[in-house]
Design a protein around this ligand. Structure first.
Ligand code: OGA
Ligand code: MN
Length: 234
């Protein structure tokens, strides 16, 4: 039984590792360190320059309060028992994600299924095939996601994620210019959508609590659960 569980776990890690084709980017740029940005900003979007602002703004979306508290509770109640059985993983220094546990889910109760139907309706191009199981990622308060690009082999043009339990900051950096960046303020209960080049030509990451600033304001990072839908490549 134990062996079986271990094999299942390994298979699951392999599956997620295929999704996460990640890259390390330099931490030495001052832009990556400074909590204060002088970039261009709107309520949930800020950028290091006008050019990247206009390029990326039309490829990303954050819908604040996409779910209400009841729906957040329903998702949490459905996910927590399974998540609680796992331990947060901190020890893989070379993983894209630090301080996390994860699962995937195909079958949902009515309320959650309703939420996911709305996500699919607003986020994905009509007729696109979705990756069957929904990916659930639980980040510890001390957890974070390093810059990476989701596998182009296994995932298509669009990534859509619900954020539960905590606000957080997602940063996108062009793969070919690490001096530029945009930040998305992912408020608790929001839905974010990354499309096309924003998903293919930029790394994305979720900042650790110490680096979690938006427009000069600290955005405290607590435990955060994301529920992520992806489509399949064409
Ligand atoms: C990922 C990822 C973002 C999130 O799992 O590949 O980028 O919102 N997750 O948790
Ligand atoms: Mn990702």
């Amino acid at each position: 039984m134990k062996l079986l569980a271990k094999a299942a776990k390994q298979a699951q890690r392999a599956y997620f590792q295929r999704i996460l084709v990640y890259r390390f980017t330099s931490d030495s740029s001052p832009l990556r360190k400074g909590p204060r940005s002088t970039g261009l900003e709107c309520q949930w979007f800020c950028a290091s320059s006008q050019e990247i602002f206009s390029t990326v703004r039309r490829l990303v979306e954050v819908r604040q309060n996409f779910i209400n508290e009841e729906e957040e509770n329903a998702l949490f109640k459905e996910l927590e028992p399974g998540l609680r059985k796992k331990r947060y993983e901190f020890d893989h220094w070379d993983d894209a994600i630090h301080g996390f546990r994860e699962t995937e889910r195909l079958q949902w109760g009515d309320v959650c299924e309703g939420v996911l139907r709305r996500v699919r309706e607003v986020a994905f191009p009509k007729g696109s095939s979705l990756l069957g199981p929904v990916h659930v990622l639980d980040l510890d308060k001390a957890g974070y996601i390093k810059p990476h690009v989701d596998s182009v082999k296994f995932c298509g043009s669009t990534i859509a994620g619900l954020s539960l339990l905590s606000d957080s900051i997602m940063r996108l950096v062009p793969e070919n210019n690490s001096a530029e960046w945009v930040k998305l303020l992912l408020s608790r209960r929001s839905l974010y959508i990354l499309r096309d080049d924003a998903r293919f030509k930029y790394t994305h990451e979720i900042l650790k609590d110490e680096e979690s600033f938006f427009s000069g304001q600290k955005v405290p990072r607590h435990r955060r659960i994301s529920v992520i839908c992806r489509n399949l490549p064409d």
